[in-house]
Design a protein around this ligand. Structure first.
Ligand SMILES: [Zn+2]
Length: 235
């Protein structure tokens, strides 16, 4: 009983972002959809008290938040329901190269999942609620608008054996270790690193890659940091 309570307690803090998360807050960042609002961080008009100011450029357009031109989404910054960019072809090409190079080195790396629309996430979430009830569903499923897979820039990878797929143990496999050291060469970051759970709001996901381009990926890799920390936004 005590153990169960502990597990539930941890789960409510950091849950998987790959279709899973638990956060009852539904932030209002999708308001003001029709307007384009550009704000500098030192401009204090934005009153999100959990966002520190920085020198990065934050733009909100049609309810989508961009930081230095990169689409930004996490538990505190929602994507609007009508944002449906599909899979980003550049990101997918880079992912294919990454997987091919890894396989050429004898690694057993495979594609697991990519773009997921708001409606698909919505349906998934509703199915979970119908099956298990809302409280239980909230423990393991992302709410629509809060999955980074909606950006078309995020992918989950795994292995043919699938033994460690979608488990933190994937990070200790040869494939997971190779990803950690080489993903940036293809423009990807491991979006939810180990030890950064309180900053990203998500559990360690060594399988979840986010495409940001080689320059930023290289910087994030070298600084061993996260998008939230680098942008000083959305923490
Ligand atoms: Zn994912």
């Amino acid at each position: 009983m005590k153990k169960l309570f502990l597990i539930v307690g941890i789960s409510s803090i950091v849950l998987s972002a790959c279709g899973v998360q638990n956060d009852t807050r539904n932030q209002s960042n999708t308001e003001d959809k029709s307007s384009t609002e550009k704000e500098k961080h030192q401009n204090n008009e934005n009153n999100h008290d959990n966002e520190k100011r920085s020198q990065h450029d934050i733009t909100k357009k049609d309810g989508i938040t961009y930081v230095d031109g990169h689409v930004f989404a996490n538990k505190k910054v929602d994507l609007p329901s009508d944002y449906a960019p599909g899979e980003n072809s550049t990101a997918r090409k880079q992912l294919n190269s990454l997987i091919q190079d890894a396989r050429n080195k004898g690694l057993d790396l495979v594609f697991r999942s990519g773009y997921r629309s708001y409606d698909e996430q919505d349906q998934l979430y509703k199915d979970y609620v119908a099956r298990d009830g809302e409280e239980a569903a909230n423990q393991y499923s992302a709410k629509p608008g809060q999955s980074e897979h909606q950006t078309g820039l995020s992918f989950d990878v795994g292995s043919d054996t699938a033994t460690d797929d979608f488990r933190t143990s994937f990070g200790k496999t040869d494939e997971g270790m190779w990803i950690k050291e080489h993903a940036h060469e293809y423009g990807f970051i491991v979006r939810y690193p180990n030890g950064k759970e309180k900053i990203t709001g998500y559990q360690y996901e060594p399988w979840h890659l986010r495409y940001v381009g080689k320059d930023l990926a290289n910087t994030i890799y070298k600084q061993n940091t996260t998008l939230e920390e680098y942008f000083n936004y959305g923490k």
